[in-house]
Write a protein that binds this ligand. Structure first.
Ligand code: SF4
Length: 423
C-alpha cells in the first residue's frame, strides 16, 4: 500500500532569516506505521507537492495553527479525487472539529501501538471518523527511534550547511504557562523516556548536531542530570529549550555537549540577567525567545527590553507577538474580554497583532515588533550571529575531535570570516 505523508507549508516569521529544520512529528509518526506500508514523505516547506495522485491513502501531519488551513486545502483536493485522507498531529488536536470536516479520519493523540488498527480499518473499509486517544498516552517506554530514513536530507541545509536533527527525550510538561497549549495537549504530565531508549536513538543518528526538542528539560533535576551523564560519552553537540538554573546541572550539560539554549526572556530583572550569564559562564550560548504584547508591557517596557538584550550579549533573539491560540489561558482571557480580532488561522503566524493590546494600539505593537528585530540586529545581522554560533560548535567539535567537515564548512575553514554568510 502506498501512503503519502504530507507536512503542509506555513508562512515563516517576518524579519527572521528563513531556514528549514527536518520536522520531528512526521518521523516519530512514521516509526509507528505497521510493516509493509510504502511511505512517501513530502515536506511542502522545502519541496512542491507531487503532481501525481498514484497513492492509496494520504496522511496530513500538522503541528501549527498557521498550518491547518493549508492542510485542509490539501485534504480537500485529495478527497475530491477519491483518495482517503487521515489528519493528525498537534494542529489537528487543537482544531479537531474543524479538521474532521476536511478529512475521512482524524487521529487525536500519540500513535505508538495504534497504527496497526487504523491501517487494518482502512484496508477493511472501516476507517473511523475519529480515533480519540487524547490524554490516553501509550507507555513512554514504547516510544522507539524516529524513522528519519523518510527524510530527503539534501533539502535541509542552510547555505550548504546541514541542519540539526530533531530528537526527544521526554514528552509532556508539568507547567502551564500563560500563552502555551501544551498543558491542554499533554495534561501537565511530564513523561521522560527511559535513558537506554534515548541513548540508543541518539547513538543511531548520523549527525553530530542535534536539537533536543523536549518542551523544557528543566522538569526534574535528578532526571536531567542523569540524562546529561548518559550523554557525555556520545560527544553530540546540541541545542534545547531551557535547562535547570543550577550550577551542577549546567556543568553536566556543558560536558554533555550543550551548544545553545532557547530561553524565554520575559523582563529585565536581575534573575534573567544572571540566568543568561550563567549559561555563558558554562560556554552555552543563548537564543532568547521574546514575546511582545503581554498585558503588563508598555511601549517603554518593550524598548527597554530590547536595550537589555543587547546589554546582556544575547547570542540570538527571536521576537514574536502574543497570539491567542486555542486552548490557552491567553485565549480564555481574550475571549472573555472580547479582544480577539481575527479567527482566520492563517493570521496566527505570531508576527501579526491579532488582538487588542492592553497598553497600546494594534498598530503601535506591530511597529514595535519590527523595531525589536531591526534594533537587535542593527549592528550585527542575523546571518553573522548565526555564523558565530556555528563557529562555536566547530570549536567544540575540534576540542573533542568529533569535527566532520562538510563541503561548505571546509570553505569556512579555508577563508575564515571573509566567507561568512553576508547579511
Ligand atoms: S511554555 Fe514551555 S514550560 Fe511553559 S507550559 Fe509550555 S511547554 Fe511547558
Amino acid at each position: 500500500m502506498k501512503f503519502r505523508l504530507i507536512y503542509p507549508r506555513w508562512k515563516k516569521l517576518d524579519r527572521q532569516t528563513e531556514f528549514h529544520l527536518p520536522p520531528h512529528g512526521p518521523v516519530v509518526f512514521a516509526a509507528t506505521l505497521p510493516e509493509g506500508i510504502d511511505v512517501e514523505f513530502v515536506d511542502e516547506n522545502v519541496q512542491p507537492l507531487p503532481a501525481d495522485d498514484h497513492v492509496d491513502f494520504v496522511g496530513i501531519s500538522m503541528m501549527l495553527t498557521s498550518q491547518v488551513k493549508r492542510g485542509w486545502a490539501i485534504a480537500d483536493a485529495y478527497r475530491a479525487t477519491g483518495i482517503p485522507v487521515i489528519c493528525g498531529g498537534i494542529g489537528a488536536m487543537l482544531h479537531a472539529e474543524e479538521t474532521a470536516a476536511h478529512a475521512d479520519s482524524v487521529f487525536l493523540g500519540e500513535t505508538e501501538g495504534r497504527m496497526e488498527q487504523v491501517f487494518a480499518d482502512f484496508r477493511n473499509g472501516q476507517l473511523q471518523k475519529v480515533y480519540d486517544f487524547f490524554n490516553d498516552h501509550p507507555l513512554i517506554g514504547s516510544v522507539g527511534p524516529a524513522r528519519r530514513s523518510i527524510l530527503n536530507r539534501e533539502l535541509y541545509n542552510y547555505k550548504g550547511v546541514q541542519m540539526v536533527d530533531l530528537v526527544h527525550a521526554s514528552r509532556g510538561c508539568r507547567f502551564n504557562c500563560y500563552p502555551c497549549c501544551v498543558s491542554f495537549l499533554g495534561g501537565r504530565t511530564f513523561r521522560p523516556r527511559p535513558y537506554d531508549k534515548v541513548m540508543e536513538e541518539l547513538a543511531g543518528i548520523d549527525n553530530n548536531r542535534l536539537f533536543i526538542v523536549d518542551n523544557s528539560l528543566a522538569q526534574d533535576k535528578a532526571w536531567e542530570m542523569g540524562l546529561f551523564r548518559e550523554m557525555i560519552p556520545l560527544k553530540k553537540k546540541w541545542c534545547c529549550h531551557p535547562i535547570e538554573n543550577d550550577d551542577d546541572v549546567l556543568d553536566l550539560a556543558a560536558q554533555a555537549g550543550a551548544w545553545y539554549v532557547y530561553q524565554a526572556i520575559i523582563d529585565t530583572s536581575d534573575y534573567i540577567r544572571d540566568r543568561i550569564k550563567r549559561y555563558h559562564d558554562y560556554g552555552i550560548a543563548v537564543e532568547g525567545t521574546i514575546l511582545l504584547g503581554m498585558d503588563h508591557q508598555t511601549q517603554d517596557d518593550i524598548k527597554r527590553l530590547i536595550d537589555f538584550l543587547l546589554e546582556v550579549n544575547l547570542d540570538l533573539a527571536e521576537f514574536t507577538v502574543l497570539t491567542p491560540f486555542p486552548h490557552t489561558r491567553t485565549r480564555e482571557d481574550m475571549d472573555r474580554e472580547n479582544r480577539v480580532l481575527s479567527n482566520d488561522w492563517d493570521d496566527y503566524t505570531t508576527d501579526r497583532v491579532i488582538f487588542k493590546p492592553r497598553h497600546m494600539s494594534v498598530e503601535k505593537l506591530q511597529e514595535l515588533y519590527h523595531y525589536a528585530w531591526d534594533t537587535f540586529y542593527r549592528d550585527e545581522s542575523q546571518n553573522i550571529k548565526m555564523f558565530k554560533l556555528f563557529k562555536r560548535v566547530i570549536e567544540k567539535e575540534k576540542a573533542d575531535q568529533t569535527f566532520r567537515p562538510r563541503r561548505r564548512e571546509l570553505t569556512f575553514r579555508r577563508f575564515g570570516r571573509a566567507e561568512a554568510p553576508q547579511g
